[in-house]
Design a protein. Structure first.
Length: 366
């Protein structure tokens, strides 16, 4: 089979042939991987995407350094080619996607059944091949860490302490987080109804015998940095699905236009606009007080500026450092855990993810 084989590490942004560039070649007789267990599935790869991790791996800068030679590649989509005797959920011809540490820049890849997702009808394989890393990362960050949920409004009870609040019927108290805002999931039906939010809040505070000096309700504000990049685009989309007001930061008019087309409520060009002024102007016009969730795959000065827009108790989701500059976040503003740290990728022109398509018959608008 065909596979892209990395034989020497190096900086892939340098001209091929120079000493510091990597040496990678397409092998046309790379062995087709065998089914490695009874529950293994072999997939004929239709599309695989280029991730930041791949860029680091080829330079030997990723946390895992595979021995040379290796076939890079992480997320992919394709069609099931063969299954082990213990496989129950898939059969030949099924359309699947997944992600892996290595090996998707090849015609075939083998995965365990439990690592694969069925691609639903209506989703093309190129889109599915870009999904697992970017959308998986943003889903974990926004939905699990920051607790964004569809239909969510936030309620701020001043002078209260979440540990003494108890959920009442139909009201779910967010993750305990002393000293932070209290995010309550009120469900789709109640989401737009501020009066109902206030009533429930008052009754909850009363039940818990808590003094609530003021009650404010409104949508969560999500600020996405590097919003036109792979994880950024997915964060904007997931944020909108969760009902957040999304402020997207990127560089260049084409990227801003794209971000508006996928639903961003406000876009800021960080290559020319002052992000603090622009965001404050927008927030004021909407009657919003600040940012509740900062999604940060960029780092550097952009992070430092963004901290000035946060409301008290906001979540900071540290996703990566695409700028190459790891920011210092003072302990008094840091409330949420970091994910993984990476190195720089500069002068990126593309919007979203770079895709390698192995099957010309699949079409995508990505
Ligand atoms: N924690 C995790 O599990 C996880 C998973 C995936 C990725 N990541 C990390 O997240 C980061 C982004 O990944 P990605 O796949 O989205 O990469 P990407 O597609 O290359 O996007 C990176 C974005 O960062 C922006 N950027 C880079 N340097 C910048 C600078 N100096 N100032 C302002 N913006 C800058 C670029 O903005 P423009 O478009 O405006 O040029 C680009 O869109 C990487 O560090 C990656 O390692 C982490």
């Amino acid at each position: 089979m065909e596979a892209l084989v990395v034989r020497r590490l190096g900086d892939p942004t340098l001209a091929p042939g120079s000493e510091a560039s990597p040496f990678a070649e397409i092998s046309r007789d790379y062995p087709v991987p065998e089914l490695s267990s009874p529950t293994a599935v072999r997939v004929r790869v239709a599309a695989t995407s280029l991730n930041f991790a791949t860029f680091l791996q080829v330079q030997g800068k990723y946390q895992e350094r595979p021995p040379l030679p290796f076939v890079p590649g992480s997320d992919y989509a394709g069609v099931v080619d063969a299954v082990g005797p213990g496989v129950r959920r898939f059969r030949s011809g099924d359309r699947v996607c997944s992600f892996t540490g290595l090996g998707s820049f090849a015609e075939f890849i083998v995965a365990e059944e439990k690592e694969l997702f069925l691609v639903p009808e209506g989703c093309d394989l190129i889109a599915a091949g870009a999904l697992p890393v970017a959308f998986g990362t943003s889903h974990v960050a926004l939905v699990h860490r920051a607790q964004l949920k569809a239909g969510q409004l936030q309620i701020s009870l001043s002078a209260t302490h979440q540990s003494i609040l108890r959920p009442s019927a139909g009201v779910e108290v967010g993750q305990p987080n002393i000293g932070s805002l209290h995010a309550l999931n009120l469900g789709e039906a109640d989401a737009p109804n501020q009066a109902s939010v206030a009533t429930r809040t008052r009754s909850m505070a009363a039940t818990a015998s808590v003094w609530a000096a003021s009650v404010e309700a409104g949508p969560l504000v999500l600020l996405v940095l590097g919003a036109a990049g792979g994880v950024g685009v997915s964060a904007v989309q997931i944020g909108k699905v969760c009902g957040a007001v999304v402020i997207a930061v990127a560089r260049g008019p084409e990227k801003l236009q794209y971000l508006q087309s996928i639903g961003a409520d406000h876009v800021i060009d960080s290559s020319k606009d002052n992000i603090i002024e622009s965001a404050k102007f927008f927030l004021k016009a909407r009657g919003l007080k600040g940012v509740d969730v900062l999604y940060d795959p960029v780092g550097g000065k952009l992070t430092q500026d963004s901290l000035k827009l946060l409301k008290w108790g906001a979540h900071i989701l540290v996703i990566g450092f695409a700028s190459g500059d790891v920011p210092i976040i003072r302990a008094n503003v840091a409330l949420v855990k970091a994910h993984l740290a990476f190195a720089a990728l500069r002068d990126r022109k593309a919007v979203g993810k770079v895709m390698i398509v192995m099957d010309a018959s699949v079409k995508s608008r990505l």
